[in-house]
Structures are given as C-alpha cells and as structure tokens.
Design a protein around this ligand. Structure first.
Ligand SMILES: [Zn+2]
Length: 161
C-alpha cells in the first residue's frame, strides 16, 4: 500500500518554541524569511522545511477560518498561491507541488490561529532524499540561498496583472 505523503503535516515543528503568531510576528519585525507582503496577503518560507522551497501563503489578517475571509481576501489568497507556484516553477523547476491547508490541530495545524496555505515543491524521486532530510533538516544556508533566489521574483509580484 502506498502511503500518502503530506510534508506539511509536520507543521508542528514550525511552532516550536514560538510564542505568539509566526505570521503576525514576521510582519511586525520584517522577518528575513518573508518573501512577499501585499495588500492582503503574505508569503514566507517555512523555517523548518522537510524540503527546500516550502512556502507558506497567509492573509495579512489574523484569521483562523475560511469563512472569516472576505471574498476579496479569498481571491487574493488564491492568486498569491498561484503566483507562488509560478515563481517556484521559474526558480526551482519542480516536477509537481503539494498545496494544502490544515484547519485545526487534529488536521496537523501547528499555527492554527492564523490560516495559511502550504506550497511544497516536489521532484521525482524526492521521497528518498527526504528520509535523509528528515534526519538533518534542510540546513539554514540552503534556506537563505533559496530565499535570495526567490526574493527578486516576489519583489516584482503584482497580483493585478
Ligand atoms: Zn497571526
């Protein structure tokens, strides 16, 4: 039987030793993992990914449920997800993506009070590499390098076009 692999289920690690909300904190402090801050949405890199290029897309508003989003915010959120996938395609050329939402702790949400989409780039054969990565995690230098590769694309991101 094949196991369905959903890397964002490991999300609790994201909240490791965090007080407050990682997304609101990142916005407040201009966190160095934040790639994009638009009118309604933001994109940041997962600080503790199991695969490099794991992005988090959130509304700027600290909301936990889909039905709390306005139609406009919902549209902007999905547009930001779509553009983020496009940027990953250009920069990292993955073979596919896992895009997902964890609603509630039981579903694996590590930061359940602030809604966010996970985008995980996938490559053929990456599950083998992940066994190793699961042990050592992606080292911070790799995250920084990826950040600098992605950042120029997010700097010119315009959801209106
Ligand atoms: Zn928040």
């Amino acid at each position: 039987m094949e196991t369905m692999w959903a890397p964002w289920r490991m999300e609790y690690i994201l909240a490791d030793k965090q007080n407050g909300c990682v997304f609101c904190d990142a916005l407040e402090k201009n966190d160095d993992l934040t790639l994009y801050r638009g009118q309604d949405t933001m994109v940041m890199m997962n600080k503790f990914p199991y695969i490099n290029g794991h992005l988090l897309v959130a509304p700027l508003n600290h909301l936990s449920r889909l039905d709390q989003l306005s139609r406009h915010e919902m549209g902007e959120l999905l547009a930001t997800v779509e553009r983020s996938v496009d940027i990953l395609k250009q920069v990292m050329n993955p073979d596919g993506y896992n895009v997902g939402l964890n609603l509630g702790k039981v579903a694996g949400a590590g930061v359940e009070e602030h809604l966010h989409f996970h985008i995980v780039p996938r490559w053929f054969g990456d599950t083998n590499a992940l066994t190793v990565l699961a042990e050592v995690r992606v080292i911070p230098e790799h995250i920084k390098a990826t950040y600098h590769n992605l950042k120029p694309h997010f700097d010119t991101l315009d959801l209106k076009n």
